[in-house]
Design a protein around this ligand. Structure first.
Ligand SMILES: Cc1ncc(COP(=O)(O)O)c(C=O)c1O
Length: 357
């Protein structure tokens, strides 16, 4: 059997959840498990994250999966509902929604009594400069005040565009707008921290924090590693060596013959490719880890195979190769690929076998 495997380390997930608890001891934790738990597999992750206060997802289908798996914590739909008919379902299944535009407000108000009777909170989204979702100031103040007058329990919600950046001027604007609206609508619960903000701004933890990437043990910061942040990679992505070759100076490797050896070298062919979700384009030299050591990827990534430089290494047929995990961090693969760890984790294909570590 082809050995392309994604191992999920549930203890690492729990460790990372505990890091959130240390960093935000007074806030409730809304663990973000959207996009199949950032590509890790929602079922295995929920089991490890079951002490979370709530879960955050992007759509009704993702929320229903959590309910079908038997978890009863509150769930927040971070983009709200997409059509009127979803309202009845979320009320029945006790799923909370964000409202970020007038039509969603109208749908909510049309089901006011049932929504409130289920004890559901409504998350009102502030657009403080990211300009994706939300009501701007001062409109949001009227929205919140009228929802409160109707009897809704509201959470003021906001998302930072640059929480990972050191000194971006928008951070101050977003913080100030959030604090101003929170004060103008007092008393109201608040939620504005993703992973980067949880690390950087403990004073903004408020009632609910919404960690995503840090739970999965990847860094939200370009200039800080998971070791700096004391979090542990949850996913280890591996494959096996399926062929060994020796080539001479002047010989090339793979599609496009982009790599030409300048001296004799040993190659190991590994059964992984972009058909598994391993990225194809590497503007910078990429590495895998073999026996914990960085080992160069040679030539183009194909759909099912890559070549690595096995010169001088103890590599045999069947040797396990770590594409990313604890030795070769996904953030470093992403950097070589010109992207972020989030994307690589989320875009794994269904082909690698999922196993618990
Ligand atoms: C509204 C919202 N909150 C929280 C998060 C979690 O962010 P992170 O994974 O950076 O912690 C996201 C992720 O996209 C989000 O969209």
């Amino acid at each position: 059997m082809r050995q392309a495997t994604v191992y999920i380390d549930q203890e690492a997930l729990q460790y990372n959840l505990n890091r959130v608890k240390q960093l935000a001891p007074t806030a409730k934790i809304v663990s973000m498990v959207k996009a199949n738990a950032y590509g890790h597999g929602v079922e295995a992750c929920l089991a490890a994250l079951s002490s979370s206060d709530a879960f955050g997802v992007a759509c009704l289908e993702e929320a229903l999966e959590i309910r079908e798996l038997g978890y009863e914590q509150p769930i927040t739909l971070i983009e709200g509902i997409f059509s009127d008919d979803e309202m009845q379902i979320i009320i029945e299944k006790k799923i909370e929604c964000v409202v970020h535009h007038q039509q969603q407000l109208d749908w909510l108000l049309a089901h006011k009594d049932a929504y409130i009777a289920q004890g559901l909170k409504v998350w009102v989204k502030l657009n403080s400069g990211m300009n994706r979702l939300g009501f701007k100031v001062p409109e949001i103040i009227d929205v919140i005040n009228s929802l409160k007058a109707e009897g809704f329990t509201c959470v003021l919600a906001m998302h930072f565009a640059n929480a990972d950046a050191e000194n971006h001027p928008l951070n101050e604007q977003q913080k100030n707008q959030f604090l101003d609206v929170k004060e103008a609508c007092a008393p109201i619960m608040g939620s504005c921290c993703n992973s980067a903000a949880i690390f950087k701004w403990p004073e903004l933890n408020f009632d609910f924090v919404r960690p995503g990437i840090m739970l999965y043990g990847a860094s939200p910061f370009a200039d800080k590693t998971v070791h700096d942040l004391d979090i542990k990679p949850v996913m280890t992505f591996t494959a096996e060596v399926i062929a060994l070759n020796t080539i001479q100076a002047g010989e090339s490797v793979g599609y496009g013959s982009t790599f030409v050896a300048d001296q004799a070298m040993d190659l190991a062919i590994v059964s992984i490719g972009y058909g598994d979700g391993y990225p194809r384009a590497f503007p910078k030299q990429n590495y895998v880890a073999v026996n914990g050591q960085p080992t160069r990827v040679i030539g183009r990534v194909a759909m099912d195979m890559i070549a690595i430089d096995a010169t001088g290494l103890k590599i045999n047929l069947g040797t396990e190769v770590e594409l990313w995990g604890k030795n070769r961090l996904v953030d470093d693969v992403a950097e070589a690929n010109g992207t972020i760890g989030y994307e690589l984790l989320c875009r794994l294909s269904a082909r690698p076998v999922r196993k618990l570590k």
